[in-house]
Design a protein around this ligand. Sequence first.
Ligand code: GLN
Ligand code: ZN
Length: 754
Amino acid sequence: MLTQTLGFPRIGRDRELKRAVEGYWKGEVDREALAATAAALRAEHWRMQREAGVDLLPVGDFALYDQMLDLSLMLGCVPERYAGRGEPGLETMFLMARGGVGVGAMEMTKWFDTNYHYIVPELAAGQVFRPSAGRLAGELREAARAGYAAKAVLPGPFTFLALAKTAAPGLDKWSLLEPLIEAYEALLREIGRECGWLQIDEPVLVMGLPGTVRDRFRPVLERLRGAAGKARLMLATYFGGVAAQADLLDGLAADCLHLDLVRAPEQLEPVAAKLPKDCALSLGLVDGRNVWRADLGRALALGRRAVELVGPERLLVAPSCSLLHAPVDLAAETALDPEVREWMAFALQKCGELRLLADALEGRDVAEALGENARIMERRRSCAKALNPAVRDRAAAVTPEMTARRSPYSVRNEEQRTRLDLPELPTTTIGSFPQTTEVRAARAAFKAGKLDRMGYEQAMTGFIRRAVEAQEAAGLDVLVHGEPERNDMVEYFGEQLDGFCFTKNGWVQSYGTRCVKPPVIYGDVSRPRAMTVAWWEQAAAMTKKPMKGMLTGPVTILCWSFVRDDQPRSATCRQIALAIRDEVADLERAGAPMVQIDEPALREGLPLEPENRGEYLDWAVECFRLASTGVSDATQIHTHMCYAEFNEIIEWIAAMDADVISIEAGRSGMELLEAFGRFHYPNEVGPGVWDIHSPRVPGVEEMVGLLEKALRVIPRERLWVNPDCGLKTRDWPETEASMRNMVEAARKLRRPKA
Ligand code: GLN
Ligand code: ZN
C-alpha cells in the first residue's frame, strides 16, 4: 500500500525560503544563490518525506511565492501590464506578486477556508494561454536525478477558473474553459513524459461546480487523462466531501481519487460505491491542517472499512490535504510542555503516521506503535491540564437568554442615543493605530526582559496618549486606545487565556514570504483575569469623548488558531465566547459605554460544502451573541468585519445583533452596500470609506462621495463613518491627515442640529 503526500511546506525548517527570497528582493542574494536555496529546500523536503516513509513524493508543490501564481505563469496567463517588463521569468513573477514602479500587485485572497493567500489569476477578454511546463518538468528531472519516484502536482482547470477573476467587465470566465483545457492538455503532454503520476487538485469540487459547466467535468477529465499519456492521473479533492457531487464521479476518468476523510469521513461509503473498478482510492486519514497527532485507532477503523469496500490493492494512505498548512517539524519545539507536546505532530511527523497506517492496513505487525499511540490518546483524554470542569459545566448550562440582548435594537438604540449624545454620522476608527518602530521595540524589549513592567507600561501609556490626542485633534466622536500592547489580535488574547500554548517555530506560510505562528488551543479555555480593562481605563481617563473597548471575537480567535481536534469546534468556540463575555462584563462595569468585538474571520470559517453552512453559521452567530449580549441595553456593542465576501451571509450578520457594525467596503464597494440595502440591515452600519492598505490620504470629496452612495441605501440615523480596517500598518502623518479629512467629510453631510 503506497503512502503519499499532496504537498509539503516549502518555507523550510527555519524559514530559509523567506530569508532567501527577501534577501533577493534586497539585492543581497543573487539569482543563482536563490535558485540554489530553492533546489536545496526541495531536495531536503523530498528526503525528509522519503525517510519518514512516504512513497509518492510531490513535485510542483514548491513555489518561491505562490503555487497559483506559478500556475498562471505556466499557463502563460500574465496580465498585459506585467508582460514585456524585464525578462519573463523571476522578475515578472515577483512583479505580479508585489507590484513595482508604476504597476500594482495582483490581487491576493484566501485559499478556500485556509489562512493561506494565493495570487488571484486574472483573465482578459479573449485571453490567450501560452502553456509552458518548463519549470515543473525541470523539477521533475531534479527529483528523478535524486532517485525519487515523483508525482507532478498542479491545481486543476476547474479550480483555476473558479478562483480566477476577469479583468473585462461582462466576461464570463467559464467561456474560457475550452482554451484553458487545451492549454492544460499541452502542459500535461509535456509533464506526463517526466513522471509516473500526475496529481490534479480540484478542491473546488467540494463546493460544487456552476450548473453551466457541470456537464463538462467528466469529458474534460477524460481529455486530461488522455493528455497525461503513460502517467497515471490522480484527482485530488480536499477541505470537504464530494458525496454530493457523486454524479461527477460516475465512470470517473482517473486512475486515483483522493478524498479528505478528516473533514468528511462520511463520504467514504457513498463515494466508494461509485468508484470505477480501475480507479484507486487515496485515503486522506491524517489531518493536514493542524498540529495534532492522529488518533490512529480512529483512522484505522476508517481505513479498514475502505479495505472492505474496495480491497487493499487499490488503496493509498495520505494526509487529508497538502501539508502546506501545518508547521514543518515538531523536533524544534523543545520548550513546549512535554505533556502537551506528545499530543502533537507537524508535517514531518504526519508523514510517519502515514507509513504506520499503511503498514497496519496491510496487516504488518505494528501493534507496538499503535499501542503507544493509543496510550498517548488516553493520556490526552484524561490530562488534568486540558480539563476544566467549571468551564465545561458553565458551557453546558448556557441558556437561550444568555444569547440574546434584553431588548430589541429599537429600544436599545433609544437608551444608547440618550447616553452617548453622538452627532449624526458619528466618526470612529477600527481599533489599532500605527505600530511604529518605537511601539514594536518597546513590546519586544519587554518580552525579552530588557524592559521592566513599569518601563513597559509607561511606554504604552505614552503611545495611548499619542493616539488619544491625535483622535481629539482630528475631531473624532468615538475614540479607541490604539492597541499598542497587541502584537496580534488573536495572540494577545491567547497569551492571557488558559487552554492556549505557543510554539517556538510553528510557522506556516500565510502569503509569499509572510509566515504566521498561530496559537494552539489544547485545552478548555478560560480567563484567569481581565485582559484589556486597565488599558481601556487609562485611555478613557484621557478624554471626555466615549472610549470603545476593543476585543477579538470568539469565532476569529478560533479560526486563527490551531484548534484541538478532540471535541467539536463549536464546543471550543463556546468556551472562548464565555471568556470574552466576562471581559465584556468587566469593561461594562469599568464604565465602557461601548465595546467592539471584532469578527473579521467569521466568513472564513464557513464550510465549503453548501449543505454544511447553516450549521456552522448557527453556532458561530450564537457564540458571538454569547460573548456580546450579557450587557445592559445602554451599552453599545460594535463588531467589525473585513476582506471577505459578506453579501451571501448578510442575514447571519444581522442575526449577530450588534448595535453597530463597521465593515470594509473598499474591496466589494457598492455591491456590499447594495446587499445591505436590499436586505434592509436593521442596525447601524459603518461601511469603510478609507482604504487602509495604502499610504494615500483619501480626499474629503472622495469620502463624501462614498458616504452619499451609502446614504442611498442606509438611513442617515444608522450610518457611521470609519476606515475599512485597523491602522496598524500605517504611519502617523497620513493617518492624521486622513482622519481630519474623514471628520470633515462627515461634517459636510450632517444636517444642522434642530
Ligand atoms: N481591531 C483590529 C485593528 O484595528 C481589527 C483588525 C482586523 O480586522 N483584522 O487592528
Ligand atoms: Zn478589519
